[in-house]
Design a binder for this molecule. Structure first.
Ligand code: HEC
Length: 144
């Protein structure tokens, strides 16, 4: 194989395939990063709720804090109607700003109500939280 081809393959293999790659607008990047952190925290708790990971109180609290802080940041992060070809945010956000921010508040309230005393309780309270994610995405995030 040609040296250059090998080199190219190496680059392709080490470049993470991320939705954020190539996002130029800093506001869009910031809100996508914040949403990613929210997604990761929700995944951590989801795994605990499903029994795929042990119910770890300190980790659960950290994930809860990430979720509630993340929700609190949504209004400021989305305030500017910044766009980017890679963004999945729909213009409807800025036409229904009050509804959008109310949904962020609902997410924060659900995050603060997360109950990780038992797996069952975590599972139930994660459903309530998940509905707040899904409800907002359904209206304001592009289908992929
Ligand atoms: C108030 C509305 C709203 C709520 C609530 C919300 N999201 Fe989002 N989310 C969005 C929007 C809008 C985008 C698209 C942002 C963009 O691409 O500019 C998004 C994008 C994402 C992404 C993709 C981020 C990326 O890498 O580009 C993930 C993951 C995500 N949300 C997870 C969650 C989870 C998990 C919850 C609930 C715990 C949640 N979101 C709650 C509006 C919301």
């Amino acid at each position: 194989m040609h040296r250059r081809t090998v080199c190219l393959i190496a680059i392709l293999m080490t470049t993470p395939v991320m939705a954020h790659d190539g996002v130029k607008d800093p506001m869009v990047m910031a809100r996508m990063d914040a949403m990613s952190a929210v997604g990761k925290a929700a995944k951590t708790l989801g795994e605990m709720a499903k029994g795929e990971a042990p119910l770890h109180q300190a980790k659960a609290r950290m994930a809860r804090d990430t979720l509630s802080l993340g929700a609190g940041k949504i209004p400021a992060l989305f305030e500017s109607p910044a766009t980017d070809p890679k963004s999945e945010a729909l213009p409807l956000i800025w036409e229904n700003w009050e509804d959008f921010t109310a949904r962020a508040q609902a997410m924060q309230a659900a995050a603060l109500e997360l109950d990780f005393t038992t797996r069952n309780n975590l599972s139930k309270s994660m459903k309530t939280l998940g509905a707040t994610c899904g409800g907002c995405h359904e209206r304001y995030r592009m289908d992929k």
